[in-house]
Design a binder for this molecule. Structure first.
Ligand SMILES: Nc1ncnc2c1ncn2[C@@H]1O[C@H](COP(=O)(O)OP(=O)(O)OP(=O)(O)O)[C@@H](O)[C@H]1O
Ligand SMILES: [Mg+2]
Length: 631
């Protein structure tokens, strides 16, 4: 579809959604769709809920955040349940400013932006529809028109509780324009839009000392005083502060803690009482979510100041720590690269994973649990199975340090290092070693890293490098086997046939000649030795495998290459051991003969076709592995 066609469609859609009627019409509509009278907080909560919630291992995952925020499900669950859900139920937390606290580049702004863009979309849906008094600069809730003394009756009839008073401006308009007949007051459907300053606002303080509260609450329009005769005539006031404009929706308060505390006091009454003071008017009711963000050290210095105590109790702090899963971190980098001008660069397989291993290690706290080191902890966090540990251990590890994830290397640093390596070397292709090298070089320039941390981080670079060596070797060895999976399967089937015959004291039959054979002890041992099974332990190991096979059969499950972790490891090692010499010679020879050359080309082709390399990165990989094997 052409872009102009889409523009037209969009306009038609907006036209279709438009609604305008009198307050009396609105009340009719309200009977049919009572949810349209919900509060701002409740709308945010429902928006998140309506996008879909999944229960994974007893934990909630919200589709709403899925596309943009990875690996922080637990913090999101806390945020949604403890803040939004309670606020939607009109509990007290609604009256506090939501302060997201987290380390740099930990996704705070991303989270807030998602809420804003989400609300804009949601206000166009039936469930998220918002209605307001027509012509009101603050899009005031039409229900404020119901006089206070009738609100109890209203609640009985409609089951809806009204909070907040009619603003001075609308009070005057009802008298002057509608002759006091509230039922005639025009109401319209509104659509949130930050660009149009409807229901979504952002407040970003300038110089803290000269900050003008008018930016938040609007100001007198001096040009109209002559017309209206007085400064206290609401028509002489411009309700165009960020708080006014964000009414019914949300306002992002950037750098809130950098503001002068006097300034913040103005926010107190809004959050606590749901109203704020503007000009010489009675209090103005507002219904909006206020979200601010900050980092830990800024927050700590804020609360350590006695003067801020009262403010402190009006703030709800929610932690937004870094992701702690390697695989999710890799996704974060992929997304950031997609969104950047690096998207055209070839990034060799595992390059981002290796960077992520380094990054996650810098974020993890040293475990105090017995038998767990940082690397094991990293694997457990990423959902890998580590021998001797279960999900209970994982939960215990997570509970050990509540500050975990609040420090370490941020994703933006990694992306910057990747891009600086690319730009400096004019590369069109970058591999894991380039990435690690660039990260390492950057550490000495990174001003905010202490000397101690830098030393620790250097160790992590070495660990990440070791992990990469193992991955690289495996990758090349796999590519050397013609069809890796098939070869592994054949070898395993062969092994299992022999094991079965051995345990049952049977003979095997040669498939070609039909001759009877005794089990091939040499073959079985050559596999078992790969994982250190001794002569004495072999019988138990073989029996255990047979038991596993029959357990699988009983459950109707197929026993395959992945069903027994240690057996799989043994098979893999055996395959690689058989190959080791060929791989070693082929990858390291400077003057390959014809058959070696053929093999190398085959392997490179396989790395490109099946494993996502390009010819540069595949050649680099082979050379590197060659040098590793010859050490
Ligand atoms: N958990 C995460 N999932 C997905 N992307 C993330 C995550 N954490 C950070 N990012 C990405 O990192 C980048 C920086 O994030 P963002 O700007 O939202 O962080 P911030 O907490 O606001 O940082 P700052 O403190 O510097 O303002 C963004 O591109 C964001 O998408
Ligand atoms: Mg930010």
């Amino acid at each position: 579809m052409s872009i102009l066609k889409k523009v037209e469609q969009f306009r038609e859609e907006e036209e279709r959604l438009r609604w305008e009627g009198t307050f009396a019409d609105y009340l009719e509509l309200l009977k049919e769709k009572p949810w349209i009278a919900q509060t701002a907080h409740s709308r945010v909560y429902n928006m998140i809920k309506d996008a879909g919630v999944e229960e994974v291992n007893g934990k909630k995952e919200y589709s709403f955040f899925k596309d943009q925020l990875y690996g922080v499900e637990e913090s999101l669950e806390k945020l949604v349940e403890e803040y939004f859900h309670s606020a939607a139920k009109r509990l007290d937390v609604r009256k506090r400013i939501l302060l997201l606290m987290g380390p740099v580049s930990g996704g705070k702004s991303t989270l807030v932006t998602m809420l804003k863009r989400g609300l804009e979309q949601y206000s166009k849906t039936d469930k998220g529809a918002v209605f307001a008094i027509k012509g009101c600069p603050m899009h005031e809730d039409p229900l404020h028109l119901i006089p206070t003394h009738l609100r109890k009756d209203f609640q009985e009839e409609y089951g809806i509780k009204i909070e907040g008073n009619l603003s001075p401006l609308n009070m005057m308009r009802v008298e002057e324009e509608y002759g006091g007949r509230i039922e005639d007051v025009l109401v319209e459907r509104i659509f949130f839009s930050e660009d149009k300053r409807t229901g979504i606002g952002t407040f970003s303080p300038s110089d803290p000392k000269s900050q003008d509260i008018a930016d938040l609450t609007g100001s007198i329009d001096f040009s109209t005083i002559a017309e209206y005769g007085s400064e206290s005539d609401p028509r002489a006031y411009r309700f165009d502060g960020e708080l006014n404009k964000a009414n019914r929706g949300m306002m992002e308060f950037q750098e809130m803690l950098k503001c002068d505390e006097k300034f913040l006091w103005h926010l107190l009454s809004l959050t606590q009482e749901g109203n704020f003071k503007a000009g010489r008017f009675a209090l103005i009711s507002a219904d909006e979510l206020i979200v601010a963000h900050t980092n830990e050290s800024e927050y700590k210095s804020f609360i350590s100041n006695k003067k801020n105590e009262a403010l402190h109790s009006r703030i709800i702090v929610m932690k937004v720590p870094y992701n702690l899963k390697v695989s999710e971190e890799e996704r974060i980098y992929k997304k950031m690269i997609q969104d950047s001008d690096l998207a055209h660069v070839h990034i060799a397989p595992h390059a981002l994973k290796v960077a992520a291993i380094f990054t996650i290690l810098t974020r993890l706290k040293e475990p105090s649990k017995q038998g767990v080191d940082l690397l094991k902890k990293m694997r457990l966090y990423d959902g890998e199975s580590v021998e001797g540990f279960n999900s209970q251990d994982l939960e215990e590890l997570k509970q050990e340090d509540p500050d975990e994830g609040m420090s370490g290397i941020d994703p933006r640093y990694v992306i910057n290092r990747i891009s600086s390596a690319i730009i400096r070397k004019q590369l069109t292709s970058i591999n894991a070693l380039d990435v690690l090298r660039s990260i390492k070089e950057g550490l000495s320039e990174h001003a905010s890293i202490s000397k101690e941390d830098r030393e620790r981080y250097m160790d992590f670079i070495a660990i990440a490098r070791k992990e990469y060596d193992a991955i690289a070797k495996k990758e090349v060895q796999k590519a050397f086997v013609y069809s890796y999976d098939e070869s592994a399967k054949t070898l395993m089937d062969n092994y299992l046939d022999n094991v079965e015959a051995y345990c049952n004291k049977n003979k095997l039959r040669d498939p070609l000649t039909g001759e009877e054979m005794t089990p091939d002890e040499k073959l079985m041992r050559s596999i078992e030795e790969q994982i250190g099974i001794s002569e004495n332990a072999k019988k138990a190991f073989r029996e255990e495998i047979l038991i596993r096979i029959s357990a699988y059969a009983r459950k109707g499950k197929k026993f395959d290459y992945n069903s027994h972790e240690r057996l799989r490891e043994a098979i893999q090692k055996k395959l690689f051991a058989d190959l080791k010499d060929i791989v070693k010679i082929t990858t390291s020879t400077k003057t390959p003969d014809e058959s070696q050359l053929k093999k190398v080309n085959e392997v490179i082709a396989r790395l490109i076709d099946e494993h996502g390399y390009n010819s540069v990165s595949a050649n680099e990989l082979l050379r590197y592995v060659g040098s590793l094997l010859n050490r």
